[in-house]
Design a binder for this molecule. Sequence first.
Ligand code: ZN
Length: 216
Amino acid sequence: MPTRDEADFVRAHLPVYTPRIITPQWQSELFVRFLDGYKGLLTHYSRERPFSCQLGECPDKYHKLGTTWKAYAPVLQWRHEDQAYWHMVLEITGNLAQILAGHRLRGEVWQIRRLGKNKRKTMVTGEQLEAPEEKHLPPPFDMIPVLKSAYSQATLPTLGAENPLPPKVTLPAFLGAPPPGMPAPQKEPVMTAAEIEDMRRVRAAAKARLNGNGHV
Ligand SMILES: [Zn+2]
């Protein structure tokens, strides 16, 4: 446990930074603790840069380019080099939002990864690593100035737009008899019941030795 002086010293020497939008690079991941749920935004893409849809004020040609739904959430990003969390705005794709749907998010720790065959065809996915822990969590910060700066636009009229994609459907596999004429499965059971029992005995003996008593 650091002393009060040490804690003050550490706090005074933590880096100061401007939160920005983060998203994992291809085939890499980042670790975040959500401070709040996400908010959707309708965007277009032109001349190699995204911009936010301005609804009635939007030039027609931009709408013809197509609209992409994106979402943003205030998070704490784990920075391993600093051994600290930085406030950041996580960009969330439609696919990731489908995975996050139904979660409260605040306080939850997630690993966010960008997968895919190549840099042009990628998919962002996420896995929850930790249940919510809100005890020492700072309040959410206002991410709107960060978004306005990133988009270089003074207004974001579509902020709060719903994900056009519904939450992901998951169903358990259904056991049943194979269709007629199906060959028997090639796969042998990995271990027989006797082998599993043997393994259990060896492990229990090892554990008992570690605990310092000879009984199994
Ligand atoms: Zn538009």
